[in-house]
Design a protein around this ligand. Structure first.
Ligand code: EPU
Length: 444
């Protein structure tokens, strides 16, 4: 089982359940399976980059403009609510958003806004760096694990912040600003790295982050911060060095393409057969996934600014083994989708999850559709079956939800996916994008 290396006393939080009111407005997705996918799909800007890039606006009193920004995602809407509460003016036009944090009205990120989305913790570093004070609700656990934020806190303390935990809130203060410092992450943390990197841009002196995350979203954030005047080196490696500057200024930045959305459609074709051209994306950050997809029998190539994926129905997929790891390893955010594909492969495949302790919740639902999966600790053995059968299923988190949609595309008969508000958090126009390329899918 993955171990969380706890240092501060931020350990366990209650499960982040969404309110009954939100749940009652539940839509469903209905899918008639068995149709190959053929055509073009445009990939959106990456959720896990855009969320942090938008928080970077808190570091300057000038305007930050993001293009290729997935404004319609529910997670982006939740973040915009929080940023507006803090005092940021946001103007949007299609996939462009302008953020202006001229002044800060409220340095508190309240529980009601934070509980909707864990990435709200990303306002902590920037608020503290620019304003010397921040009060951010602890985000709580979620369906995929307890997900503590002790590294974010310990890292800010290493940079001179005074932090107390009171009544479920992180109360942070850095009178006279943050000082530079060195922090070694006990284990690689994607948002932890980004939060500290943003905070360090305005610190007095040099900050060194060791065992830092190397995800492409971290590099995209560093690119944007550099365009705002920050001095950062080493992003994309495990040591990031940030020389604090007095002030950051406005900039315009294009959000990088969503590698997880790209990977999800690659697997969709693996499951259904056909040929898709994925536009405005690339395979640069997907090598671990592509190697495994090719081994399983899916053809993937780059063509200019597009990616082309195909599989003919004649050859059956082959079972392969995967293990999730921090970047550049196999992404945990692709694990549920890949497992779904293995359900229909010839032979067996093994999936080992090393990032989150509870990320197999799609397994019982896939089994209800006829999959043969046995879970042992943090590994699952998937023995390929000849076909999946449509069923009514329920999703528990974002990537598990999309995995059930993929299963429905390949299953015989009708699949109804419930609780799809999870999908709205991270996939723009999923139903439209899929129905445009031949899927029989509707939202009700
Ligand atoms: N961890 C700690 N303490 C911390 C931070 C992390 O113990 O202070 C542990 C976590 O519990 C986990 C491991 O370290 O076991 C790695 O977690 P990490 O911090 O890297 O995850 P994250 O930053 O919270 C981001 C993405 C996730 C993605 C992971 C891994 C965002 C907003 N979220 O989460 O995305 O799975 O990195 O790549 O960027 C998703 O999009 O569906 C999603 C869950």
């Amino acid at each position: 089982m993955p171990q969380n290396n706890q240092k501060s006393n931020v350990v366990s939080f209650s499960t982040n359940l969404e309110s009954e009111k939100e749940k009652s407005g539940m839509d469903q997705i209905r899918i008639q399976g068995g149709y190959a996918l053929n055509g073009d799909i445009e990939i959106s800007g990456a959720k896990n980059a855009a969320l942090k890039l938008a928080c970077a606006c808190l570091l300057t009193d000038e305007v930050l403009t993001l293009t290729n920004c997935p404004n319609t995602l529910r997670d982006m809407r939740s973040l915009y609510d929080l940023l507006k509460h803090i005092g940021v003016e946001i103007t949007e036009d299609a996939d462009t958003a302008k953020f202006h944090a001229a002044s800060i009205k409220d340095k508190t990120a309240p529980y009601d806004l934070v509980r909707k989305m864990r990435a709200s913790i990303m306002v902590l570093g920037p608020l503290l760096a620019r304003h010397g004070k921040a009060r951010v609700s602890l985000p709580g656990g979620c369906a995929i694990g307890t997900r503590p934020v002790n590294f974010h806190i310990d890292g800010l303390v290493a940079m001179g912040a005074k932090i107390e935990l009171n009544e479920g809130y992180i109360e942070a203060e850095a009178e006279g600003g943050l000082a530079g410092g060195t922090y070694t992450f006990p284990r690689v943390s994607h948002t932890g790295t980004e939060n500290l990197m943003m905070a360090a841009t305005l610190a007095n002196g040099k900050t060194v982050l060791k065992n830092a995350a190397k995800e492409p979203e971290v590099v995209d954030l560093a690119d944007c911060l550099r365009a705002m005047g920050a001095k950062i080196e080493g992003d994309g490696t495990d040591t990031i060095i940030i020389e604090g500057v007095e002030k950051l200024h406005g900039a315009t930045h294009s959000v990088l393409p969503d590698r997880i959305e790209t990977g999800t459609f690659l697997i969709a074709v693996g499951l259904t057969g056909g040929e898709l051209r994925l536009k405005k994306t690339n395979l640069k950050s997907l090598s671990a996934l592509i190697a495994q997809l090719k081994d399983a029998g899916v053809d993937v190539t780059e063509d200019g600014e597009d990616v082309v994926v195909s599989r003919t129905g004649e050859n059956r997929l082959k079972g392969v083994d995967i293990m999730t790891e921090a970047y550049p390893g196999f992404p945990t955010d692709m694990q549920a989708q890949f497992m779904t594909m293995l359900c229909l492969a010839e032979g067996a495949g093994m999936v080992t999850e090393t990032i989150f302790e509870n990320r197999f919740m799609h397994v019982p639902e896939l089994c209800r559709m006829g999959a043969n999966i046995t879970v042992q600790g943090n590994s699952a053995i998937i023995r390929g079956v000849d076909g999946l059968k449509g069923a009514e299923v329920m999703a528990t988190d974002l990537r598990a939800s999309v995995a059930l949609v993929l299963a429905g595309l390949a299953a015989e008969g009708e699949t109804v996916v419930n609780r799809i508000y999870h999908l709205d958090r991270g996939y723009e126009n999923l139903v439209k994008k899929l129905s445009n390329v031949g899927a029989k899918i509707t939202r009700e």
